[in-house]
Design a protein. Structure first.
Length: 381
């Protein structure tokens, strides 16, 4: 809102009333430098664009924040998002916002507002594109690992035997064949006493050839050597006893791959996860900073459109604690006269983005730009 005597006194009065006396909110001076205004037509066009840019950059910022939290597997109650400053120190977003300083290194004050906002928008879109690529790579790797785990999960009657059965477990010849049988744990004794003397078979099972390779909570995996010609009959006899003969062809290369593949993929996933987390921290910081700069530009543009030139206004950041109706009443009671003055300077139909912002709601005698934190419980401002 325009200040009548000086900016500092206006801010102190607002803070005294709303924060100190009524305790309705916290008040911080939101310092916006003197920016290049351009023409009225340029400001009205930019006002429309700023609403779209604001929504887009906010969406990307929140996406970065969610990804940062998900990848870092951070408890929401303990998570404090940060902004990384030029000296590489990091401050909580709340502190960055409370003591906002325009970054002249990134957003030169001699540039037009259109150049500044285009720069912010393009940078956010580039970060979003990079996030999609990095997230796709990480997600694909996680999916591949999950597929391997599914293949190796379950009990011994269904899971893959790659990596379990080794070359020394196998006896193969022109006449002999090794079979692998999953036997329920409660039937181990029955297997050991009768696998080589099944009543359905006259002969063909090599006595003493059974070995327990591995067991889990439900089954034990046994190897047994039989004559090739009776392999089918042996499988049928096992089936009657609920012993599961596993179809398996040993492959040395496949065995080696099964030993290395998951471990290597998990190592790569962990490395990629760390890289993605670090990148998201930086990306979120850049997006959040850009978003708040965009809010500053919106405040400047809408104020000039509302109150005209030269830009003489006090911008205040309000962190609302209680019912904001009392806050609105305070401003209406103390600055209500500005509403009529602003309409004398600029026709309501020519307010561009400002008109769109208030087209479906009560028109206030001050410029109101909100910083939405309700869409993300992670963003504590």
């Amino acid at each position: 809102m325009p200040y009548e005597e000086n900016k500092s006194k206006t801010f102190k009065n607002i803070k005294q009333k709303l924060q100190t006396e009524q305790k309705l909110c916290e008040c911080f001076e939101f310092k916006i430098p003197k920016l290049k205004t351009g023409t009225l037509d340029q400001l009205m066009t930019l006002s429309d664009d700023l609403i779209k840019y604001d929504n887009t950059v906010e969406s990307i910022t929140m996406k970065m924040l969610r990804t940062l939290s998900d990848v870092g597997e951070i408890d929401e109650q303990e998570f404090v998002p940060e902004v990384i400053l030029l000296d590489e120190s990091a401050v909580p977003t709340s502190m960055y916002l409370n003591y906002f300083q325009w970054d002249e290194n990134q957003y030169l004050l001699n540039k037009s507002l259109t150049e500044i906002t285009d720069n912010i928008y393009k940078k956010a879109m580039k970060i979003d594109d990079e996030l999609k690529v990095k997230l796709a790579e990480y997600t694909t790797l996680k999916t591949n690992i999950q597929q391997i785990e599914r293949k190796t999960s379950g009990n011994l009657s269904i899971k893959s035997l790659d990596g379990i059965v080794r070359a020394e477990h196998i006896v193969e010849s022109e006449y002999l064949q090794t079979l692998f049988v999953a036997v329920p744990r409660g039937q181990f004794k029955e297997w050991e006493m009768g696998y080589d003397d099944l009543e359905e078979l006259e002969s063909g099972v090599v006595p003493g050839s059974s070995d327990l390779i591995i067991e889990d909570n439900e089954y034990g995996l046994f190897s047994v050597v039989v004559l090739r010609k009776i392999a089918g009959d042996f499988k049928n006899a096992c089936s009657k006893r609920k012993w599961v003969v596993r179809q398996f062809d040993f492959d040395e290369e496949k065995y080696k791959l099964s030993q290395l593949e998951k471990g290597e993929m998990e190592h790569k996933r962990d490395s990629l996860k760390r890289e993605l987390f670090d990148w998201c921290k930086m990306g979120f910081s850049e997006c959040f900073s850009s978003w708040i700069h965009l809010k500053a530009v919106r405040t400047f543009v809408e104020t000039v459109l509302r109150y005209g030139l030269p830009p003489r206004f006090c911008s205040v950041l309000l962190k609302v604690n209680k019912n904001d109706k009392k806050i609105h009443k305070y401003f209406k009671d103390n600055y209500g006269h500005l509403q009529e003055e602003s309409f004398d300077k600029v026709d309501e139909s020519e307010l561009g983005g400002l008109g769109a912002q208030f087209g479906n709601m009560e028109f206030h005698p001050y410029v109101l730009i909100t910083i939405n934190t309700h869409g993300s419980p992670l963003l504590k401002l």
